[in-house]
Design a binder for this molecule. Structure first.
Ligand SMILES: [Cu+2]
Length: 634
């Protein structure tokens, strides 16, 4: 090689150190009421943390960690599922009524299938775009594409994520922000800046991939637990030997300005987060994309799938401050927390001069807390004490509601994921190995063999179960009831869901409904051993007060442990809509069900050439036939 070639090549190598090489977002703009079609290409890939090629000398050379495609994620090398080699995935930012078009290309190495759900969007104009495998569409096989096309019809802070088991937990999620023109934002006068860099996703993280952690739980006999917490994909996994080389999240502000921060909890395990900024109070203006009357708080909790928008006023001495995130429940067991830096533009310090937090002081212990863990802690603001900006729609105030009770519980049943009676049945093994199954109305959800919505004419009622049919011949609190749990709801009626948690186990269930936003008309912790009879009796005696004036509107409601959440919505969106716990490990194990809203004919016709999938043999009779033909499970 002659010298001039060497110079050119070395220039090229230096030239690869380009941090901002991502294309400009197609639809990011000041919203003015006009709408556009926003096109994105999402490549879903099995990728790697601290990729040796992309990361050069990260973390030894910190600036290498900011190179394109270099994912740090706590610095523990493992596989990760990414979209376009980003973690969190690429944020989508559009204006209300824009059309979002995403070409999903599945290039995962191990032939996994995938889908994307647009958490917070109701996809009313095209319910086939909801992204739930075997409910609204066939999973997108590897080496295949699928184009999502949906209208951004619900303003606010949302996120997109895989709806295939465990993929969200392995990294496949990103922000989805739907903006409105300033004149349509009731809180526009309360803040000066609303920046992409102040969008914050928080998730728990594990040293192993989620399927390995899961195996360790359901077969290894070890309690499932995360190993760390990441803020926008960054953070320390170990605070005992803090590795200062690892980058952590940083949010810059200018003194005198007011900033809108947008928070998403993308967790996998049951790990609600307590969020606070040192020396700064917050004003909550929105939850799950729906505006609330501004509410000053000192700190707040955010559960899986929830979103909160807060305003932070940069009114302190120009310096660097800690943002603290404390993990609760399963993260509490492990004492997990995380930090980020709130840095003023003219701060003399790059990092806060105060000591790095520890688990005990990772959350304030004074001041007003929004959304407390249990729901009866004194001096806190409960989630339903936030007031909606828009009063409740008159039609939802009716006494004439279709009421459905939904029980959330863990049942001691012979779940074949872990047990084989009589060899190692639930009660054959030692008490510490008895894993209870998370269920809804005592049923563990079983996926159908092909999608409920797009193949709806291939199903009959007997393919589905509900509380009555499943428990006709057995006691589902003691025996495993595993079926395609579909509850029919009439079209264009006001439905009231009374969701209750019996409180027997220490866990939380933030329940997420697809296809609708709902009003949280009542919410209360009663205590352990809450039953349907307790709630019905309270209601009969007039002891349940419903807020029918200005109840908060949400799509994800953390149900109090041992208590109820009562929500109302109008069934004006025909389709098959999944309703599930947003703690991934609970949902994967069965805490899901489907509402069939309206009749098959009420639903939008299946789009032309919509992908189909089929079981290879008649699934219902598969194992029976296998046995009859002499196919033995050896
Ligand atoms: Cu749950």
């Amino acid at each position: 090689m002659i010298l001039s070639e060497f110079i050119i090549i070395s220039t090229l190598i230096v030239g690869t150190y380009a941090q901002n090489t991502r294309p400009i977002h197609p639809c990011k703009r000041e919203c003015d009421g006009t709408s556009m079609t926003c096109k994105y290409h999402f490549q879903v890939e099995t990728y790697y943390i601290l990729d040796a090629m992309a990361c050069y000398s990260c973390p030894d050379v910190v600036k290498d960690c900011y190179r394109r495609d270099c994912i740090v994620a706590g610095g523990i090398k493992r596989n990760i599922i990414t979209v376009n080699r980003q973690f969190p995935g690429p944020p989508i930012e559009v204006c209300l009524n824009d059309t979002i078009e995403v070409l999903l290309e599945n290039i995962m190495m191990n032939d996994e299938s995938t889908t994307i759900h647009w958490h917070g969007q109701t996809v009313k104009e095209n319910p086939y775009m909801d992204g739930v495998p075997f409910v609204t569409q066939c999973p997108v096989l590897s080496n295949n594409n699928f184009t999502y096309r949906l209208q951004a019809a619900v303003a606010g802070t949302h996120f997109w994520h895989s709806h295939e088991k465990m993929q969200r937990g392995d990294g496949m999620f990103g922000m989805l922000i739907v903006n409105v023109p300033k004149a349509k934002d009731p809180h526009a006068s309360l803040y000066d800046e609303d920046l992409t860099q102040h969008q914050v996703s928080i998730t728990d993280w594990t040293r192993k991939t989620r399927i390995e952690s899961y195996g360790d739980f359901v077969h290894g006999g070890n309690l499932p637990a995360p190993d760390g917490i990441l803020i926008n994909g960054l953070g320390y996994m170990d605070f005992v030997n803090v590795d200062d080389r690892l980058p952590i999240a940083e949010f810059t502000v200018e003194k005198g300005k007011r900033y809108r921060f947008r928070f998403v909890n993308a967790e996998f395990f049951d790990c609600p987060f307590t969020v606070s900024f040192d020396n700064h109070k917050l004003t909550v203006i929105s939850s799950d994309g729906h505006d609330v009357q501004p509410q000053a708080v000192d700190y707040f909790n955010i559960f899986a799938g929830e979103r909160y928008d807060v305003i932070l006023e940069a009114n302190q001495t120009e310096d660097a401050y800690w943002m603290r995130v404390k993990g609760l429940e399963m993260c509490d067991v492990e004492g997990l927390f995380q930090v980020a830096i709130l840095k003023y533009a003219n701060s003399p310090n790059d990092r806060p001069t105060t000591a790095i937090p520890n688990y005990e002081n990772a959350a304030p212990n004074t001041g007003l807390l929004l959304n407390p863990l249990l729901g009866d802690e004194p001096g806190t603001l409960l989630v339903n004490q936030l007031k909606a900006y828009e009063p409740m729609e008159d039609e939802l105030k009716t006494r004439n509601v279709v009421r459905r009770y939904i029980k959330l519980s863990f049942n001691p049943v012979e779940n074949p994921t872990s047990y084989r009676y009589p060899y190692y049945g639930f009660y054959n093994v030692s008490e510490s190995l008895r894993i209870v199954t998370p269920e809804m109305n005592d049923i563990g959800y079983k996926d159908s063999r092909f999608p409920l919505l797009s193949e709806r004419y291939s199903f009959s009622k007997k393919d589905f179960c509900n509380n009555e049919t499943a428990s006709a011949n057995k006691n589902c609190t003691k025996e495993y009831c595993h079926c395609t749990h579909v509850v029919e709801l009439p079209i264009n009626k006001v439905v009231e869901l009374v969701i209750y948690d019996n409180g027997v186990r220490q866990a939380h269930h933030p329940m997420h409904l697809h296809g609708f936003g709902f009003r949280v008309v009542a919410w209360k912790r009663l205590g352990n051993l809450t039953s349907r009879a307790d709630i019905e009796s309270l209601d009969k005696r007039g002891l349940i007060t419903r807020n029918l004036k200005d109840p908060i509107k949400k799509d994800t409601i953390p149900v109090p442990r041992g208590g109820y959440a009562i929500v109302r919505f109008k069934t004006d969106n025909p389709g098959f809509w999944i309703f599930h716990c947003h703690v991934d490990i609970h949902a994967d194990d069965g805490m899901r069900m489907v509402f069939k809203v309206g009749s098959n004919q009420d639903m939008k016709p299946v789009p032309q050439d919509f992908p189909k999938c089929r079981s290879y043999e008649n699934a219902k009779v598969q194992s029976r036939i296998a046995r009859r033909k002499g196919h033995e499970l050896l």
